[in-house]
Design a protein around this ligand. Sequence first.
Ligand SMILES: [Zn+2]
Length: 568
Amino acid sequence: MTELFIRNGAVFDPTRGIDGDVMDVAIRDGRIVESVGSSAKVIDATGKTVMAGGVDVHSHVAGPKVNAGRTMRPEDKLFKSPMASGGNRMEMGFSIPSTFKTGYDYARMGYAFVMEAAMPPLHSPHVHEEIHDTPIIDEGALPVFGNNWFVLEYLKRKEIENAAAYTAWLLKASKGYGIKVVNPGGTEAWGWGLNCLTLDDEVPYFQITPKEIISGLIQTNEYLGLPHSIHIHQNDLGNPGNYRTTIDSLRLAEGVRANNRFGREQVMHSTHLQFHAYGGDSWATFESRAREVVNYVNHQKNITFDLGCVTLDETTTMTADGPFEHHLNGLNHLKWTNVDVELETAAGVVPYVYDPKIKVCGIQWAIGLELALLCEDMNRCFITTDHPNAGPFTRYPRIYSWLMSQKYRQATLDSFKHSAKVTAATEIASLDRELTLYEIAQMTRSGPAQALGLGDFYGGLAPGMDGNVVVYNLDPNELPSNPEQLEAAFQRASWFIKTGDIVVKDGEIMSHGNKRTLWVRAKTPENPQVRRDIHDKFLKDYTVGLDNYEVRDYLAPNPYVIEVDMEA
Ligand SMILES: [Zn+2]
């Protein structure tokens, strides 16, 4: 029996409305408890900030496109990285870090869970191998559904029960967590050299529109009662004027009620909204429409979103939005990879430099922050960079600092070559809101945990929850006025305890923890038609046999399986 006692810290736990109260946190056998015995190991958190382990709702950290990025960009390894020491492994890479660096860096920042945001089901064994290879942090992965041939055919015929039976089968086969949708219809249209830029652009051959795909998948998700809602990367990503399409697709959630036993309230999670809140009709007239988009979300309570903040770094973009990567390559003429994944999806990889000397990059930076600063409910707005698309996840502490300090935002804005033009095209200079530690905890702990249906385990410090506790060297009564100091404190936690194990002390890795993989097993009524469809398509169209498709148990050796029974 191991016991830990974190004494006298300023605790921020939005799940219980605790806002900086000086309290103790006790852990026994990996869980938070009311109290522990006198022999417990004591960690003194006096004058420090205590939060639950962070939860990242959207990040690309494992799988074929991440690996394609690593192969394609050897220069990414030239960024300075710590060498191996003690029992720890060498760390490499900046925007596409090695699996070890990924696990270590999340742990140093005090994160307990990350969702791999786009798993091509055909390559899910590889995704799980990399997840298993990534130390400390718990992970799940979202298989992509929005361009899958089975899904397109079932939804075209409005066969929600069949779509649900197939979804349940695919989640089990891929050990997946929920329904990811990337550029619904557009990635499949890309197979014909086309795209779906509005909700009514029909997918060739399948004769279904993005609108029908999104609505059908929302219905499928709620029919099954999955822990997470659909998780959508909307159509027309990254283009001037796309905010209209964004709001059109958010509207598809109107009037739909969440159906699940996990406490999840949203029926749609809209991801990296920064890339979808653009005004103007060209790059010359490019401007922020963050206010229009957030105003809609503020009033539409069954939607959650994450930011996708631009961090002004050199990075590597990667997405299942194949046509977008082709488009991006046409803009920056750097390297480009594009892959087609049989009946399921596609993906592309393109390096990108968010250069503060470029007006558009400055506007993108502002939009990501504006979305948060204009949001009224921080439990529905989560901090991400769509790692590595808008910047690496290791910049989260810098984003906290921008959100917490108007002065720091202004200093960054002033450093831009085109600061006047960025100011004119956005509202960032006039927003004086400064987020609090409590709000940061909502955006990185309680909010994402609840949206993922994991609110019973992650994102809070109530007795019974997982013993994931981070201590930051930050006195909430005397926050450093220097943003670099604030950032450094969040970058390297004083202590991070992961399910009762001390994994970080003074920013150094102490243990590889007991990492686990979360996936969802949904029980549906026996469906002979879907079983036959799967059998036939594997014979006819796939290059692999059905027997070789499912992820073997040994690839996810420490699973945490969430059972869903729609009949119960
Ligand atoms: Zn993404």
